[in-house]
Design a protein. Structure first.
Ligand code: CA
Length: 225
């Protein structure tokens, strides 16, 4: 059973989230302040944290900083629509994903499943499909439905290797640049835009309207199966 720590100071929202998660088989710990969240984490192992950024006693960003001192537990941030800079900062500090309020329960559940999959499958070889093209990451082959091979460059393979292993999850531009170049320093994120344009031309059914290799503006990219 997956144990989730819910950190949210709006009591009705906290209660609604907890009820929904319990109904779907998750074990839930509730915390309405940052201090209570950190105490709960010290007391018991959790598989994921859902974290509101606006808390009464400390900023959610400070909670992330404190957690990342000692744990890699996946963190999904709940952020206000106006809090874009805050969201970027949260991701930079090691949050794994975000949903913007108001969000649907389905959206949050999809993000939680994506973090669970990442934890379970990070080292396994993998096949996936992008549109109609079958990608085999272990064999590094991309095959169209008629059997013809799609040629991908080594850099394109590095990008797919990171992205396709985490279906549904946000992968930040920094994480992709690090995978491709060994470091995200001194690298212009527009470098990635060029590679994604190439990948979409090769793999997406409609490259101008990508449905599988999706840009999250200002944040990164997401693979939608
Ligand atoms: Ca709040």
């Amino acid at each position: 059973m997956m144990r989730v720590l819910l950190v949210e100071d709006e009591k009705p929202l906290l209660r609604a989230l907890a009820m929904n998660l319990v109904a779907r088989g998750y074990a839930v710990t509730e915390a309405d302040t940052g201090t209570r969240a950190l105490t709960a984490l010290a007391d018991a192992r959790h598989d994921a944290i859902v974290l509101d950024l606006g808390l009464p006693d400390m900023s959610g960003v400070d909670v992330i900083r404190a957690v990342r001192e000692y744990a890699s537990t996946p963190i999904i941030v709940l952020s206000a629509r106006s809090g874009s800079a805050e969201k970027v900062q949260a991701l930079d500090l090691g949050a794994d994903d975000y949903v913007t309020k108001p969000f649907s329960m389905d959206e949050l559940l999809a993000r939680l499943r994506a973090t669970g999959r990442r934890a379970a499958s990070v080292d396994e070889p993998l096949t996936a499909t992008v549109g109609t093209v079958t990608i085999d990451l272990a064999m590094t082959t991309a095959t169209a439905p008629d059997g013809t091979k799609v040629h991908l460059t080594p850099t394109e393979w590095k990008i797919l290797d990171v992205l396709l292993r985490r279906p549904g999850a946000l992968v930040t531009s920094d994480a992709l640049l690090t995978a491709v170049r060994g470091s995200s320093e001194h690298t212009d994120p527009s470098y990635l835009r060029i590679y994604f344009a190439q990948l979409r031309r090769k793999l997406e059914p409609e490259p101008s309207r990508p449905r599988h290799l999706v840009t999250e503006p200002g944040m990164g990219y997401r693979y939608r199966p």
